[in-house]
Design a binder for this molecule. Structure first.
Ligand code: SAH
Length: 446
């Protein structure tokens, strides 16, 4: 363990003591900008917060913040007061100079600032992060998820008041993913707090998500505290899964599907199951344990399939009932259709086709394609578990796409259940983007 890593303490900003002269200061700031005189230090200064850098919004662009949506888009910004560095805390004010929020600044992102706090008297310092983290951990404990499970999303970004911070726990290893300049700024403080409050054997950073490029942040991975055990394992509802923390997808495992996997397990008895985009075998293992007659699992990642096979052994499940196929699902489904194969239960859990709404149209075609084929491969009375983890596809749109797929496949289907991410992935009401995972259980009528 290496808790003695040198710490970089960020200067906390202080709350505003008025800021009535903000507009004047903004004007002054503009003139200075024009003169391009060498600027003083960009660090937020302690003391009088009127001296802190700030963001002034265009008239009328304060509405989403007033509804407590925690992002300030670049198009809403009238001007920047001072010369904050990326990750610095800034005060966000409306066009009249009224305080709206404290936020983390990022000049390299379309999201110019992400809100830390709506309270003007708040001080954004280590104690602030300790409070927020402690509240999130307390809420997780209250969920009572620990029976037969030791994996959990401990911190879920914006929805836990911690924009850009994801922390997943796999037994006694924590994996941290930073997705914002603000969180980068506080990396060491966050690691210290997590070490203190969770005492893990390792905190591993996996800041290599695609979203970081949009934030102008380079990839950053490696051990932050402690040492990474040779093998990491997570227990989920009594099933054991090996987790490749350093090289697996996301933080190594998809904890958000915990409850949905369990539901599949309860409905799999005696059924021929097809699990598409199986990763390390999550849905497949539940189906095998639930008494499936057979489980065909498909993924394009050889590494994931190898772990999946080991996971079957790890749990003493009947590997003769499990078939693993390394293939592109789009092609594999067509082959199965051409072979006239039929299944009783199909899972479609593809990767994010539409990270943002801009990709929705292209993504919609991909979702329709796989779901149409899925419907065609189901026997009458069969169940389709279909998911989208695309932030750019709403619940409504997803349901419409699936309805179109059923129509084109020539089947009638009922929604048996609507599914979402597990309770350790809460969604802040004012931040609907947090509800990225949506799923439907459909039954093809006889
Ligand atoms: N259901 C899984 C998580 C799926 S994540 C679980 O419960 O753990 C999405 C998976 O899709 C990844 O494993 C990725 O390797 C795989 N994938 C992405 N594109 C693919 C494609 N075109 N064909 C097959 N697999 C693909």
């Amino acid at each position: 363990m290496n808790p003695a890593k040198p710490k970089t303490h960020s200067t906390p900003h202080r709350p505003s003591q008025g800021g009535k002269d903000f507009r004047k200061r903004v004007q002054r700031g503009k003139q200075q900008d024009e003169a391009r005189a060498p600027q003083p230090t960009s660090k937020p200064r302690a003391g009088n917060a009127a001296a802190n850098p700030g963001i002034l919004l265009k008239a009328g662009r304060e509405k989403s913040l007033q509804r407590r949506h925690p992002w300030v888009f670049s198009g809403a910004v009238e001007c920047i007061d001072g010369t904050p560095a990326s990750g610095d805390t800034v005060a966000v004010r409306d066009a009249a100079g009224n305080f709206l929020a404290w936020a983390a600044y990022n000049p390299d992102s379309q999201i110019t600032a992400r809100v830390w706090s709506w309270r003007e008297q708040e001080i954004i310092d280590a104690a602030f992060f300790r409070r927020r983290i402690s509240a999130a951990l307390h809420a997780r404990r209250a969920l009572g998820l620990e029976r037969d499970s030791n994996g959990m999303r401990l911190l879920h970004g914006e929805s836990d008041g911690l924009p850009g911070l994801i922390v997943d726990r796999y037994d006694d290893v924590l994996v941290m993913q930073l997705g914002s300049a603000g969180m980068e700024h506080w990396r060491d403080t966050l690691a210290d707090i997590l070490q203190e409050s969770c005492a893990p054997v390792c905190i591993y950073e996996r800041s290599d998500s695609d979203g970081r490029a949009l934030e102008g942040l380079p990839k950053h991975c490696g051990v932050l505290r402690g040492a990474l055990p040779e093998a990491v394992e997570v227990m989920e509802n009594g099933l054991r899964f090996a987790v490749d923390v350093a090289a697996g997808q996301k933080t190594g495992f998809y904890l958000d599907q915990r409850d949905n996997r369990a539901l599949t397990g309860t409905l799999a008895a005696g059924r021929e199951v097809l699990n598409c985009f199986c990763y390390t075998g999550g849905f497949s293992l539940y189906a095998l344990r639930g008494g499936a007659a057979s489980v065909l699992s498909i993924d394009s990642s050889q590494e994931a399939l190898e772990i999946a096979r080991c996971n079957v052994e790890l749990n003493g499940l009947d590997s003769s009932k499990a078939e693993w196929q390394s293939a592109d699902v789009f092609e594999a489904l067509r082959k199965l259709r051409d072979q006239n194969r039929k299944f009783d239960l199909i899972v479609l859990d593809p990767p994010k086709f539409a990270p943002t709404a801009a990709f929705a149209e292209k993504a919609a075609r991909a979702y329709k394609d796989i779901n149409l084929l899925g419907f065609k491969l189901l026997r009458p009375g069969g169940l389709l578990f279909t998911y989208s983890c695309s932030g750019g596809i709403s619940d409504d749109l997803f349901q419409k796409i699936i309805a179109g797929a059923a129509l084109d496949a020539g089947v009638d289907a009922q929604i048996v259940k609507k599914l979402h991410a597990a309770a350790d992935h809460p969604v802040l009401l004012s931040f609907p983007e947090g509800a990225y995972l949506k799923g439907l259980v459909l039954r093809v009528t006889d």
